[in-house]
Design a binder for this molecule. Structure first.
Ligand SMILES: C[S@@+](CC[C@H](N)C(=O)[O-])C[C@H]1O[C@@H](n2cnc3c(N)ncnc32)[C@H](O)[C@@H]1O
Length: 242
């Protein structure tokens, strides 16, 4: 992120997107707008939980929407080492980006695995954003954080219907559930809401499976360096669909 991202983060979504878009990450503008809308619709003083913060791209968007009403964002990320996620350097970037966006009074960092923090968690909150480790087992555990949410609260899941692990977690734990209903998605960012699902809500989850299959095929094609074939399927980017 460059130094033009100064603490000018009061105001509407476009203002914070101008900041957030300079932070490396995977969140698209439409997805950020959905996060901002949902966090902005919480009651004043609300707390939101983000699992998987990385360099802070989604963190500053959520925090910005909460801040006006005196809310807080708990950002959970162990900053795992490795080529993809970058460890200590990523944590330094995260802290710098949150401070540069003027959000360090709104964001509380829990530097831990979501799966380690969950069993002893007691604090209620009003929004859950899941974008941590994308394997089936972690996503299954992350979905259990919803027990702390009230009726009607939003649960947002990134890489839903694009990642195999995330989608299997949704099919196993949300499709048959009685307390989480599917509303809509923006790209791979799916919005669920705490509440009893109807048969139609469940069918709409199943209706996303062709899109999921397409995304899995695209990921395989990109790994095989078959971009021209991916283009035929309408994906004109070197990056995975998300
Ligand atoms: C896809 S990135 C998150 C991107 C971020 N939401 C953004 O908008 O840029 C995934 C992050 O999850 C973190 N992570 C991995 N395992 C985790 C776990 N069990 N709990 C919380 N975070 C985890 C990684 O360290 C990484 O920073």
């Amino acid at each position: 992120m460059t130094d033009h991202l100064l603490p000018s983060a009061e105001g509407r979504f476009p203002d914070i997107w101008a900041l957030a878009d300079g932070i490396p990450g995977w969140l698209t503008e439409g997805q950020a707008a959905l996060l901002h809308e949902q966090a902005g619709s919480l009651a004043p003083g609300a707390v939101a939980v983000e699992i998987g913060s990385h360099r802070g791209r989604s963190t500053v968007v959520l925090a910005h929407a909460l801040r006006g009403g005196g809310g807080r964002l708990v950002a959970i990320d162990p900053f795992v080492d490795g080529r993809l996620f970058g460890g200590r350097r990523t944590r330094d970037d995260f802290e710098r980006h949150v401070a540069m966006a003027g959000m360090d009074d709104t964001v509380e960092l829990v530097c831990d695995y979501s799966t380690a923090a969950r069993p002893s968690w007691t604090r209620p909150f009003g929004l859950l954003y899941i974008d941590g480790k994308h394997d089936y087992w972690t996503v299954s555990d992350d979905l259990r954080w919803r027990v702390h949410l009230p009726e009607g609260a939003p649960v947002l899941v990134h890489d839903c219907f694009s990642s195999i692990g995330v989608t299997l977690g949704i099919l196993r734990h949300v499709l048959p559930s009685r307390d989480l209903r599917y509303e809509r998605r923006e790209g791979s960012l799916a919005l669920f809401r705490v509440g009893r699902p109807t048969g139609r809500d469940r069918l709409r989850i199943l209706g996303e499976l062709p899109w999921w299959a397409r995304n899995v095929v695209l990921k395989v094609l990109l790994r095989l360096r078959l971009r021209p074939v991916a283009r035929v399927l309408g994906h004109d980017s070197p990056y995975d669909p998300y």
